[in-house]
Design a protein around this ligand. Structure first.
Ligand code: MG
Length: 374
């Protein structure tokens, strides 16, 4: 089997609010075609137009190559070899940023092809699944008021979620308010877990974050995510060394080398590689193994369409110690309609790992056509 085409398709809903941290308002879908009629899909949660450019741009020289040209004619089932080829081929422009994001979407699409070619779900190709379903946490933006928090969290609890994460929005503006919003969420969750995502809110201010984290510990919050900007390793280490609550981070990071910095310098308790940015399924497994060696947990970040949900579920199915599946509850058309399979939660708040070949999800071509930007 040979690769015949690589497409980077930009999707965008008609009105995008650029002030909020909702990355499901637009999308970049990777579609790889083969001479045997099998196509694979992937997704990238990044700046869609920039990713499209780096996929489609012609090559310049040996280490500033073209992702598309490096793939044409290749055997798509040799996923790990192709990962190395693409990484080396774009090392001038890649390594950590947009090119790595693009590589991630390509890696997901290659696993999808390999699974379809063998008639097996991706999780089976990754050594066999250890679980058929994963506990979901509903992931939402933090509302502005305690009343809204109570109302939204109660509704998610009633839908069956046993864990919820509230992030970004007003968090970081006023530490005392942050604690009160978290307290309202914990009360509304009625025994369920609450995760708080500070959305870089304390920038590099370890003292403030330590004070907030100690309050969150008393309330019983499960983790404190991304209190600081991603390169502030010393602030991360100061916080993580001072408190018992799990300190989580890593959705901005890519590759095993990036996470090695975060773990060894930042001392975080839990890493959150995003499968559509960190280097794809291939690299996420390497990052999870690295984290395990350091005594840290891995919970993949996942906020976009059914494609990232499915790819993350296959990873979570094979991780020795999967804790949660992040479950984006944004009501944008891309989050809710892009794949035909909706991957709902069950009565106990778990989400099933897809069982079809490859990722086990297919694009709804009508939805793709409706939001496609050419
Ligand atoms: Mg986050």
């Amino acid at each position: 089997m040979r690769i015949t085409d690589v497409e980077a398709i930009v999707l965008r809903q008609p009105a995008v609010d650029e002030r909020i941290a909702d990355g499901s308002q637009d999308d970049l879908v990777i579609r790889i075609s083969t001479d045997e009629g099998i196509t694979g899909i992937g997704e990238v949660d990044s700046a869609p137009e920039a990713v499209r450019a780096i996929v489609h741009a012609p090559g310049s020289h040996a280490i500033a190559g073209s992702l598309r040209e490096l793939l044409l004619g290749e055997d798509p089932t040799q996923v790990e070899r192709l990962w190395d080829k693409l990484y080396r081929g774009l090392i001038y422009v890649g390594r950590r940023g947009i090119a790595l994001h693009a590589l991630s979407g390509i890696d997901i699409a290659l696993w999808d092809i390999k699974g379809k070619a063998e008639g097996k779900p991706v999780s089976e190709l990754l050594g066999g699944r250890r679980r058929d379903r994963v506990r979901a946490y509903a992931s939402m933006l933090m509302p502005e008021t305690e009343e809204e928090v109570t109302e939204r969290v109660r509704a998610l609890r009633a839908q069956g979620f046993t864990a919820v994460k509230l992030g970004w929005g007003p968090l970081g503006r006023d530490p005392d308010r942050d604690v009160e919003l978290a307290r309202a969420a914990k009360a509304a969750m009625d025994g369920g877990e609450v995760l708080i995502d500070a959305g870089l809110g304390y920038v590099a201010d370890a003292k403030t974050a330590i004070r907030v984290a100690r309050e969150l510990e008393r309330i019983g919050i499960f983790w404190l995510e991304e209190p600081f900007e991603p390169d502030e390793y010393e602030a991360y280490a100061e916080l993580a060394d001072a408190v018992d609550i799990r300190v989580a981070a890593g959705e901005q990071d890519t590759t095993r080398w990036g996470f090695r910095e975060l773990l060894d310098r930042g001392h975080v308790d839990l890493v959150q590689p995003d499968v559509t940015r960190c280097g794809g399924i291939t690299e996420l497994l390497r990052i999870a193994e690295l984290a395990r060696e350091r005594g840290a947990e891995t919970v993949p970040h996942a906020w976009k369409s059914g494609i990232i949900k499915a790819a993350s579920l296959h990873v979570n199915a094979v991780l020795p110690d999967a804790l949660f599946q992040e479950y984006c509850v944004a009501d944008t058309p891309i989050a809710t309609k892009l794949t035909r399979e909706r991957l709902p939660i069950d009565a106990e708040g778990y989400v099933a790992v897809p069982t079809g070949p490859g990722l086990g999800v297919e694009l709804d071509e009508e939805v793709l056509a409706r939001y496609r930007v050419d």
